[in-house]
Write a new protein. Structure first.
Length: 331
């Protein structure tokens, strides 16, 4: 765990994500590699042994949850659940409380969004990951095979027994669009439980924000990564912010740019160059909704957002040489 020295003016640059701007306040900042990214904890307190103990517990919780949700770790609970689909007759798999909660939320959002959010796209995300590395479009036969092993209709949950069942062979679950937000939620819960409510967790650009710093209405947050004069700085507290878009991970073939975010209906990366930033009560909601709104597009998002707890949506889309800005305020 790295401790970053507090400064008078603190800036975290998060490429295509939101960033924290905190001026003239006492902060202590910690950073640890987790979930393939640098996860920072920023606290509006002076350094103390109690504070460091709380931070240690928060990172321990983050690592514990990562071992549940990661599809990169072969022995994670999620990976073991995915492998249960390889048996001749997939049986009910006992799930931890945390994995059940997240998967149940995923199924709810999938239904709400008419399938625009899907936690079963692991075969497709892995295929496109290889394609981005090789810089070639996935073979049609491989796309067809991956699509056949994807779909929430193949994921069944039993709330009474807290079990899950995968109904297609060789399925791969992928919680990349929700796990970081959920883990940030739980890490902030730990800090607040130790009495450090004026804290913020930055999970690689997914921000989970606690109480406002002393003497301020909120944490200063610069929204999004694509510069636009309408994406102003906000002061936020007790909420979450997440940004999703194609500015970092994409495959470009000829003149077409394919996003790392996949359309569950076609199995192909999105080609609409866009970025969505969502403000919501929890990291799990903000994280998942940002990806979902990219898949639905802005027009359908205007109706879908009313069915969610999202408080605000900022949507940027490139059309030709123009960047079109739209937003939906609900607060």
């Amino acid at each position: 765990m790295r401790i970053l020295v507090k400064s008078i003016f603190l800036i975290f640059v998060l490429s295509n994500h939101s960033r924290v701007l905190s001026a003239d306040l006492d902060h202590v900042t910690f950073s640890q590699r987790l979930m393939g990214t640098d996860v920072k904890i920023v606290m509006n307190y002076s350094k103390s042994s109690d504070l460091e103990a709380a931070v240690k517990k928060a990172y321990l919780e983050g690592n514990r949850l990562n071992f549940i949700f990661s599809d990169y770790i072969a022995d994670s609970e999620l990976s073991k659940f995915s492998r249960s689909s390889n048996s001749v007759s997939s049986e009910n798999f006992k799930l931890s409380k945390e994995l059940f909660v997240v998967l149940n939320y995923c199924l709810t959002l999938s239904t709400l969004s008419n399938g625009s959010f899907d936690p079963t796209l692991g075969p497709l995300t892995r295929l496109w990951r290889i394609s981005r590395h090789q810089r070639i479009f996935p073979e049609k036969s491989k796309l067809t095979n991956a699509l056949a092993r994807s779909g929430t209709k193949y994921l069944k949950l039993d709330e009474a027994q807290q079990t899950g069942q995968l109904l297609a062979s060789n399925m791969v679950l992928d919680l990349g669009g929700v796990a970081k937000g959920y883990i940030a939620d739980r890490m902030l819960d730990i800090l607040q439980g130790y009495g450090f409510s004026r804290s913020l967790v930055d999970a690689g650009g997914d921000l989970r924000i606690g109480d406002a710093p002393l003497g301020s209405a909120g944490w200063k947050i610069e929204i999004g990564g694509r510069k636009d004069e309408k994406l102003t700085m906000l002061k936020l507290a007790n909420c979450a912010v997440a940004t999703s878009g194609d500015t970092e991970q994409f495959l470009k073939i000829n003149d077409t740019q394919y996003s790392h975010i996949i359309d569950p209906q076609t199995g192909i990366g999105l080609v609409n160059q866009a970025q969505a930033t969502v403000i919501a009560p929890t990291g799990m909601e903000a994280d998942s909704l940002a990806s979902t709104f990219l898949v639905t597009g802005f027009e359908k998002a205007t109706a879908l957002i009313k069915k969610t707890n999202a408080k605000h949506l900022y949507f940027l889309e490139k059309r030709g040489d123009q960047i079109i800005f739209n937003e939906i305020p609900r607060d």
